[in-house]
Design a protein around this ligand. Structure first.
Ligand SMILES: [Zn+2]
Length: 426
């Protein structure tokens, strides 16, 4: 048993064990002079320090040193398994090249696919575990990881086996998602029937195999004009649902196509991106259980002047979550607190809204809000300690790494030494 004391604030995010909406997002439940007790990987108690010190007199103490203690961040959208980075594309974009131009030069998702297919499982595992450590170093304790750079049965299974190994060997909680519908592979684009054949192979071969092997909890589709149509996305996700898997959707990222409405129609757990969502899409999400996951780092990195309409979504009553979209092409950041900065400065969210969107609602976007995302009795002891007096400093010191330590299921995950903290190193 551990007793966390001497935090400047304990940001509990405590409340209903489901996604928060509208005015519920206005209060992330901050306690002062509070302590947190954990036992066997779960939160045992949270409340006034004096009371808990008496109740848990025999517990080992963790001195929080006047820092902010809060639930670990829940990153519900990443593509953390990949081979080489794609830094060449950044200058091409700066010089005016668009997505199609970059693809013509051999860049984009197809470049990551080519590269990933050439690497073995061991190599990918090594690369991904380093990247996972970086995500954890910024205060993240749960990471959703997608496949989607293989686009053949064998290469997709290879990615998902890497995710399973990460989950078995690393402290951080991993949630695996099958994204075989990330793009139509080049070899399928080369023949007239290739496209339909690829969708058929997803539906009748890949999804059943992934489900049978228990390699993913979610199936995701990149539903966007030029990638997968709404009809193709519907058939892929319907097959996933039939196979007993939960659903996610890359929806309305660059152009509105009805992706958000499709996510609601199919009962998807989340619809992600939404920078180009329509008014009908906002209304549909607001009236549903589907979480609206916003990824402001992507729009920033791509140099777009548009961001998802977070205020309209929140005011309509949608459950908004935030995530990094960590990937080699359009959001190569592992810094979740930086995403909180963007949420406040670009999406006009309050700090409380951003914190709840990155914890409780991130957990809801992964279907685990009943056990992850808040400091309340019975919840998993997934905690993050930040070098701040006040939680409002977390989005304020932008780009900085203030994370001092994290715990996952009650066990220390990332720990930064005093010297590292002073030097500002992760
Ligand atoms: Zn994505």
């Amino acid at each position: 048993m551990l007793l966390f004391t001497n935090a400047s604030q304990v940001v509990t995010c405590a409340g209903p064990a489901r996604a928060r909406r509208a005015s519920e997002l206005g209060d992330c439940a901050i306690l002062t002079n509070a302590a947190v007790a954990i036992d066997g990987g779960a939160i045992a108690g949270v409340g006034p320090r004096d009371e808990l010190e008496q109740r848990y007199a025999g517990a080992e103490r963790v001195d929080c040193g006047g820092r902010v203690l809060m639930p670990g961040l829940v990153d519900s959208h990443t593509h953390a398994i990949f081979g080489k980075p794609r830094y060449e594309e950044q200058e091409l974009r700066a010089a005016g090249a668009d997505y199609m131009e970059i693809a013509r030069r051999g860049g984009g998702i197809h470049a990551s696919v080519r590269d990933l297919r050439s690497r073995d499982e061991e190599e990918l595992y090594g690369l991904a575990s380093g990247r996972l450590a970086r995500l954890a170093a910024y205060g993240t304790t749960t990471v959703e990881v997608k496949s989607g750079y293989g686009l053949t049965l064998d290469d997709e299974l290879k990615m998902l086996r890497v995710a399973r190994r990460l989950s078995e060997s690393q402290q951080v909680r991993i949630v695996p998602t099958f994204l075989g519908a990330h793009e139509i592979p080049l070899e399928a684009r080369a023949t007239p029937a290739g496209r339909a054949d690829y969708v058929t192979s997803l539906v009748s071969a890949m999804i059943p195999r992934v489900a049978a092997d228990g390699l993913a909890q979610f199936v995701d589709v990149f539903c966007e004009p030029g990638v997968f149509t709404v009809e193709e996305s519907r058939s892929i996700l319907s097959a996933a649902r039939q196979a007993g898997l939960h659903l996610k959707l890359h929806a309305d990222e660059l152009r509105p196509s009805g992706g958000a409405q499709l996510a609601v129609e199919l009962g998807a757990t989340s619809a992600d991106h939404l920078a180009a969502i329509s008014h009908d899409g906002i209304r549909a999400l607001a009236a549903s259980e589907t979480v609206a996951t916003l990824l402001p780092g992507t729009m920033l990195f791509l140099g777009k002047d548009r961001q998802a309409p977070a205020r309209a979504l929140i005011e309509a009553g949608a459950a908004v979550a935030l995530a990094t979209d960590f990937n080699p092409g359009t959001s190569p950041t592992t810094n979740f607190p930086l995403i909180l900065t963007l949420a406040v400065s670009q999406l006009r969210m309050s700090v409380s809204e951003a914190i709840l969107a990155a914890t409780v609602n991130g957990a809801a976007a992964l279907g685990i809000a009943d056990r992850v995302g808040q400091i309340a009795p019975g919840f998993s002891a997934d905690l993050a300690l930040f070098d701040c007096d006040d939680v409002r400093e977390l989005p304020y010191w932008y780009g900085d790494n203030r994370c001092r330590a994290t715990w996952v299921r009650g066990l220390a995950c990332h720990v930064r030494t005093e010297a590292q903290a002073r030097a500002g190193n992760a």
